[in-house]
Design a protein around this ligand. Structure first.
Ligand code: URP
Ligand code: ZN
Ligand code: ZN
Length: 460
């Protein structure tokens, strides 16, 4: 099977030109002006932007969390991602404390195998680092193609590890060519503030926000950077939200240390005023919480300064019924928010269309850097001869409105209800197949492949 995409404006992290793309099987085999080839299928991309498939390296599908499961499973979540131009996601396996990493892998495979519509991989969250776990790190990197290990500096008693475990894990991961990603907030400070607010009868969603002030994230980000520097281990801070945390990373650059930073679309465009509503604010109860307008400005600037490398989602949806678990106590509201389908369009609309970031920067933070950081480039993350034919054809002029009544995520509200968005994903190719066309999904569950990843370094 072959496909010819004609006359699109091809945007990569570095290039911007009009050309044809010829795809044979799953791979891009030629790019050029007026290619003289015959293809089974021809797609006219005249007047459209052509991006590499988006990569969202931070999603939680069908994940057991806070006494329930996130409401998108591997089928609904990866399909919604495709509708929004994200052709690959990286999800998180969570080790159960006291059990092995392999036991968790088997459990996650049980839910994901043959169920994904789009491509996927896993980070392995290590919640209990000990002599047994230590032996498994190398096998994950060399045999499973899982080269990134997630750590939590918060959620004590469930997911959090202490600094002693962190240092040990970093040394092991560094030795075998992996990377540590981290939820960098100070779990003990947060637990103290949660307990204090509850004791004072302060139970509304906005106390979730007030229990995680900026300092909890700034402190943990700096501590993580110091430990990564000490062990020379490549580090990646997930869902960074605020000025204090980015300043900790900026500080680390003074000793020529590179700490990769991810923010999420919601932290760029939403702010903490949403918690002022009564229980409605539960829609945006996530950790870390939404911050202030000044933090949004810092994050946009951080993207342009090369300090923020990736824009992800931390997609972790819960139905309203599930959010109601915390109607009398903010600490019981399942943490997380849906965005897997909205990321690429919102980032284009709020970032490129409003002049905050360039088209090349857009592709860099939405597609390319995740592929580079997590060991998949140039198979993923770019449009080049030999790369996987994961391609998004995008109409920059179409204006549409986000609504839970039209989105494809398995969640009954949208955190962006009524947002008018400039630019729309029209056609998505995954492994050379048309997966989405004019709002219709053409591929089934099982089409998405598990992508084994390579060892990683600390630079991009
Ligand atoms: O609120 C969030 N972020 N939920 C998912 C778990 C995590 O911390 O990433
Ligand atoms: Zn987190
Ligand atoms: Zn997360």
């Amino acid at each position: 099977m072959s496909t010819l995409i004609k006359n699109g404006r091809i945007i990569t992290a570095t290039d911007d030109y009009i050309a044809d793309i010829f795809i044979e099987g799953e791979t891009i085999s030629a790019i050029g002006k007026n290619l003289n080839v015959t293809a089974t299928t021809e797609i006219d991309a005249g007047g459209k932007l052509v991006f590499p498939g988006g990569i969202d390296p931070h999603v939680h599908l069908d994940m057991p969390f806070m006494g329930t499961y996130s409401s998108d499973n591997y089928e609904t979540g990866t399909r919604a991602a495709l509708y929004g131009g994200t052709t690959m996601v990286i999800d998180f396996i969570l080790q159960t404390q006291g059990k092995s990493l392999h036991a968790a892998l088997a459990e996650w495979k049980g839910r994901s195998d043959n169920n994904c519509v789009g491509d996927y991989s896993f980070h392995m969250a290590v919640t209990d680092f000990n002599e047994d776990t230590k032996k498994e790190i190398r096998e994950f990197i060399e045999q499973e193609g899982i080269t990134s290990f997630k750590t939590f500096m918060a959620y004590k008693g469930a997911l959090m590890i202490d600094d002693r475990q962190m240092i040990g894990l970093m040394q092991e991961v560094k030795k075998h060519g992996g990377l540590i990603n981290v939820h960098a907030t100070n779990g003990d400070m947060i637990d103290y503030l949660i307990a204090k607010h509850r004791a004072e009868g302060k139970l509304a969603p906005r106390y979730h926000y007030l229990s995680q002030p900026e300092v909890t994230e700034a402190e943990a980000s700096g501590r993580f950077a110091d430990m990564a520097n000490y062990t020379s281990c490549p580090g990646y801070i997930v869902h960074l939200t605020c000025e204090g945390a980015i300043n900790a990373v900026r500080n680390a650059t003074r000793r020529n240390q590179k700490v990769f930073v991810e923010t999420c679309i919601q932290y760029l465009i939403l702010d903490a005023s949403l918690y002022e509503q009564n229980f409605e604010g539960a829609k945006w109860v996530m950790s870390p919480p939404l911050r202030e307008k000044k933090d949004q400005e810092t994050l946009w600037a951080g993207i342009n300064q090369g300090l923020v490398n990736v824009v992800a989602t931390d997609h972790c949806p819960f139905m309203w019924e599930q959010k109601l678990m915390g109607k009398d106590d903010f600490s019981k509201i399942p943490n997380g928010h849906p965005a897997i389908e909205n990321r690429m369009e919102l980032l284009y609309s709020e970032g490129v269309a409003k002049g905050k970031i360039s088209l090349n920067k857009y592709v860099e933070v939405a597609c390319t850097n995740a592929a580079k950081i997590f060991g998949m480039f140039p198979k993923k993350g770019t449009i080049a001869v030999g790369s996987d034919a994961d391609i998004v054809i995008f109409d920059p002029n179409e204006i549409h409105t986000i609504s839970a009544s039209t989105h494809h995520m398995n969640v009954d509200y949208s955190g962006y209800e009524g947002w008018e968005v400039s630019g729309k994903v029209k056609t998505v190719l995954l492994s050379g197949e048309v997966a989405i066309d004019n709002n219709e999904c053409k591929v089934q569950k099982g089409f998405g492949k598990f992508i084994k990843r390579n060892k990683v370094g600390g630079t991009i």
